[in-house]
Design a protein around this ligand. Sequence first.
Ligand code: NAP
Length: 259
Amino acid sequence: MGGGRITSALVAGLCRAEHQGAIVVHDRNLKKLRALERDFGVAVEPDLQSAVAMADTLIIAVRPAAVAEMLDDIARCAGASRRLAVSLAAGIPLKKLRPRLGSRVRWARALPSPICRIGRGLTAVTFARNLLGPDRKRVRKFFEQVGPVLEMAESRIDAFNAAYSPAHGYHALTILAKAAQNTGLDPKVALTAGAHALADAILYWRQSGQNLSDLLHEAATPGGTSAATLAAMDAAGYMRVIEGGLAAGIQQARANARR
Ligand SMILES: NC(=O)c1ccc[n+]([C@@H]2O[C@H](COP(=O)([O-])OP(=O)(O)OC[C@H]3O[C@@H](n4cnc5c(N)ncnc54)[C@H](OP(=O)(O)O)[C@@H]3O)[C@@H](O)[C@H]2O)c1
């Protein structure tokens, strides 16, 4: 339900994983549906009633502000009240979702990442108390096709959402490359340097299994240039800036919940 950015990434990842089972995408935007049909060969259905009738699991992938209206429309469709429903909407809690489709709908929330497009997207999931083992397994298995799945209490999911977006990586790389460029580096060289600094470090941390403080110690010789760079960043409030960013993300999720 909703054929936008996250649906496109999810569908791409599912196709790549040779997902067994039909996928039907509903959106009010015919152009987006046609593109999904053309690019991934999924079925598309511009008529909500028909889309709901075809589904045994509903994945709600519209923006938080559009969720209430979408669920009210779904509630008017025949048979909607017995489905498994998974909401991808950031911030909107299960207690707000549940009443809209009736008590027989079994709810889960999932926060996939656009990186699921290449089968490496981390997905956070949380389950309503009435969601039984087989449904939980089904939801986990569905998202495991496109990357690792992390189950957590719903009370943690907003904080997790603020912390894990790949947007952090793109943003950090943009800032690092721009700052390097401002020191006089050619833009291409600045971007290459920044990309290696971030991506190689994470790759090595993952592959080596070493802890971050040992790796930092190895890469930033005391008294050396990296140590001086990092000390200046820390003194300027690097940690505070990141904490402020995460707090704003969590606040936005809470604002979504009040809609
Ligand atoms: N993007 C991410 O990385 C990401 C990651 C995790 C979770 N999420 C969650 O996933 C949800 C979707 O995000 P997105 O980035 O994919 O948004 P998006 O690109 O705006 O896609 C939403 C799509 O749903 C359509 N839509 C909205 N209301 C509709 C309705 N009543 N009937 C039919 N179609 C409707 C929109 O059409 P219009 O364009 O005409 O409005 C749009 O095509 C959000 O709740 C977000 O919190 C996103």
